[in-house]
Design a protein around this ligand. Sequence first.
Ligand SMILES: N[C@@H](CCC(=O)N[C@@H](CS)C(=O)NCC(=O)O)C(=O)O
Length: 216
Amino acid sequence: MSEIIVYGVPGSPFMRSVCAAMEEKGEPYRIHAFGPGEARGETLRKLHPFGRIPVIDHGDFRLYETQAILRYIDAIFPEPALQPAEPKAIGRMNQLIGINDWYLFPQVARIIVFQRIVGPVLMGTAPDEAACAAAVPDAERCLHELDRLLGDQAFLAGDRLSIADLLLAPQLAYLAATPEGAKIMHGTKLKAWLGRMEARPSMQATLPPEALRKAA
Ligand SMILES: N[C@@H](CCC(=O)N[C@@H](CS)C(=O)NCC(=O)O)C(=O)O
C-alpha cells in the first residue's frame, strides 16, 4: 500500500490531528510542508479548492476535510479502532466533531488562537484585544459544553480514544495556552483530559514548531 502524504503547514492543529492519528495507528506517513506563502497561494488551491489544510494523498486518491481524512485513516488501518461501535458513543463522537468544526474552530480558536499565537509568531501582528474579548462568550459556551459532555469519562466519546479526541486536542492545546482559554478551562475535567491527551506519544510526536510552542 502506498505511503500517505500529508500536505500542510506544521503547527496547524487540523494537520496535527491527522498526523496524530497516523501515529496512533503506528503507520508511516510523510509530511509535505508548505511555507506560509505557498499555503495561501495557487499551489494549495490546486490541491484544495477551498484553500485549506490539511490535504492527503494516498496513491492516486486525494482527500481533504480533516474529519473525512481521519475516518479514511481509520478505515484503511483498522487497528487500533478510532471510532466506537456502540450507537450512543458513535452519536457523541459525531456530535463532538460537529462542535469542533462548526463552533469551536470558527467562532473561538480561529479568533483567539490566531490573535494570541499564530498571528504574532508567523506574521508579527499584535493581538486584537477587542476581537479576543468578543470571542470569550463563544469560548465559554464551547468549553463548558465540551467539559459537560466529557463528564467523568476517560475520553470525549467514552472509555476509548476516538477521532473526537484527536480532532479536539490539538485545538484545545493552543486555546488552553491563551489567557482566555486558560481562565475558562482552569480546574475543569476538560483540562485534565487535555493533560492526558498531551502526554500521549502520538501528541508528543506531533508537537507544533518551537516558535509556536514557546508563544503558547
Ligand atoms: N474544515 C477544514 C478546516 C481546515 C482549516 O481551516 N485549516 C486551517 C489551518 S489549521 C487553514 O487552512 N487555514 C487557512 C486559512 O484560514 O486561510 C478541515 O476540517 O480540514
